[in-house]
Design a binder for this molecule. Structure first.
Ligand code: NOJ
Length: 568
């Protein structure tokens, strides 16, 4: 017996050593690059969303969404851009799928526009078959090309009628309306779509839509609006999951998850307990706000404590954070077959107290913290987006630890560039993808259950309140040309190689990829510069039209003067 145990011991030791040889956590901490591959069957993809890419905002019976209305209001979007035509994706299914084929994608993540298939948002009013036909075609074409569709049911484009009639996500009735819409999608597309995401980034909907008002519907209900919207979205998500579970799962055998976005928060001073707690709070108020109810049945304790205390200090009888009844807790708990993670950046966090006076409460002051960045972090595009790859691994490990290692699909990760010049040789994006996917690989080696990765985004597109000024695409879209042609950036070549090698085989090869990718982009740059249609379009809009108009005005003035003189 003793010798058997001894042998087992040795065997375990040998196994541990060989695993450690393969991946040593300490050797693979921040800064170092890990050469290795992803598990077999790992799914590589790219993503988009309806309002950001489809265009055709008023075509074929589509109803208005809150984003149509919001973007048409002057002063809400940078340069008053709108998603009216965007990438014209509605008309380019085949063309865009050929781009996905070029990348050799395993999956494509897109969203279904609720008002395109239910113009008022209410099923009994009208179902728009033309809208359904568009998504049918998209899904069929993806499957014919062996690309798995991952469909998001809500990527922010709430039907305007539901906003006007009920106040949108401020109202509990959204739970049933959203459920009806989701049920219709399961009924019509569920024979082919096996991965469903209920809500995309509800944090942003709640905070930017109902707290700061930077996003549609543009409400500034500070201190309460975000919490109420989030509460209803969590319930709506849970209801849709139950609908799938009871009505559709048996025959369709798909999975339903939610996509949560969150930055990582790192304590400024890792030896300071207050900073450690503040950083944890930052993440709990971000991803935890939604993930904790969904995995554990209630809000994070720290949110209940902080918002509850501050509400009491304001003299309120109840907390501004709504509560779940015990029935609701068990209804919401466990409603996630996989967790979608959207992640872009990291912040340093330190403790900072905010006094809660009357009327001054907000989601931001409730957290009692301050966000900092390291000025050495690269920030090639969006103001908020610093490249901090190691934060990604930490966030993934946090999710593993907090929610009992759920199945994860990374639903968004990527970087933008500023609009100033047309640049297809995006070496900073290559660096970002290389380092972030490498940190994800390390996280998988840590034991995090990541099954797929979605580069954000396939195309440059409408970037919400930033209009077209921030480009996230692997493909450049020429928005000046009304045909919206696409051109590959260098990162297409690079991402394609990560996909075909399923990771990073060895240093020599990986370094070669970068060289090859940057070689090809200069020819794409030339192609774009030489596009006759673009130059023609520019000529027409910037030179011909104004010149003809001025000439017409001048001629009419001369003619008028001539007539007046003759008359006198
Ligand atoms: C998250 C949103 O879901 C997506 O639509 C947006 O493009 C990215 N953030 C980048 O800002």
């Amino acid at each position: 017996m003793h010798s058997i145990l001894k042998t087992c011991h040795v065997l375990v030791l040998v196994l541990c050593l060989s695993a450690a040889e393969d991946f040593d956590w300490t050797k693979n901490d921040r800064g170092s690059f890990y050469y290795g591959t992803f598990p077999a069957g790992f799914s590589w993809g790219a993503g988009s969303s309806a309002y950001q890419t489809e265009g055709a905002w008023d075509q074929d019976g589509k109803g208005l969404s809150i984003w149509d209305v919001f973007s048409h209001r002057k002063g809400k979007i940078l340069q008053n851009d709108t998603g009216d035509s965007s990438c014209q994706g509605y008309y380019k299914i085949k063309e865009d799928i050929s781009l996905m084929k070029e990348l050799k994608l395993d999956h494509y993540r897109f969203s279904i526009s609720w008002p395109r298939i239910m113009p008022t948002g209410i099923k009994s009013d009208h179902v728009n078959e033309k809208g359904i036909k568009y998504y049918d075609e998209l899904i069929d074409n993806l499957l014919e090309n062996k690309i798995t569709p991952i469909a998001t049911l809500y990527h922010w484009d709430l039907p305007q009628v539901l906003q006007e009639k009920y106040g949108g996500w401020q109202n509990i009735s959204m739970v049933n309306y959203f459920n009806e819409f989701a049920n219709l999608c399961f009924e019509r597309f569920g024979n082919r779509v096996k991965y469903w995401i209920t809500l995309n980034n509800p944090w942003s909907v709640a905070v930017e839509g109902y707290e700061t008002g930077e996003h549609a519907p543009g409400l500034k209900l500070r201190g309460t609006g975000a919490y109420r919207a989030a509460h209803h979205m969590i319930k709506a998500h849970a209801k849709v999951w139950h609908t799938y579970d009871t009505k559709w799962r048996g025959q369709q055998k798909g999975l339903v998850g939610i996509s949560l976005s969150g930055d990582w928060g790192e304590p400024v001073d890792i030896s300071n307990q207050k900073d450690i707690e503040a950083a944890e709070r930052y993440v709990q108020f971000y991803i935890g706000w939604f993930a904790t109810p969904i995995f554990h049945g209630d809000y994070p304790q720290v949110m209940k404590d902080f918002i509850g205390r501050k509400s009491a200090q304001q003299g309120l009888g109840t907390s501004r954070l709504p509560t779940f009844s015990s029935q609701e807790k068990s209804y919401v708990k466990g409603t996630c077959d996989f967790l979608g993670i959207g992640h872009f950046t990291t912040r340093y966090i330190t403790q900072k107290n905010y006094q809660s006076g009357h009327g001054s409460s907000s989601y931001f002051t409730d957290r009692d913290l301050a966000e900092l960045v390291d000025p050495r972090w690269p920030d090639p595009g969006s103001e908020w987006l610093y490249s901090v790859p190691w934060g990604f691994r930490r966030l993934l490990n946090f999710v593993k630890a907090q929610y009992r290692n759920p199945m994860i699909y990374v639903t968004e990760n990527g970087v933008s560039e500023k609009i100033t010049c047309t640049e297809l040789c995006d070496d900073w994006r290559i660096q970002y993808y290389k380092d972030y996917t490498n940190e994800m690989l390390k996280a998988i080696k840590d034991g995090v259950n990541v099954r797929g990765y979605t580069a954000w985004s396939l195309l440059d597109k409408f970037e919400w309140d930033e209009g077209y000024s921030e480009r996230f695409g692997l493909y450049y879209v020429d928005f000046r040309n009304k045909n919206k042609p696409r051109y590959p950036k260098a990162s297409v070549q690079y991402y394609k190689r990560i996909i075909s090698s399923n990771g990073f085989p060895n240093q020599r090869e990986v370094e070669n990829w970068k060289r090859k990718a940057t070689e090809t982009c200069s020819s794409s740059n030339q192609l774009l510069a030489a596009d006759p249609l673009t130059s023609h379009m520019e000529m027409v809009t910037e030179v011909v039209v104004p010149t003809v108009c001025t000439l017409c005005i001048l001629l009419s003035a001369v003619f008028l003067m001539f007539l007046l003189r003759r008359h006198n």
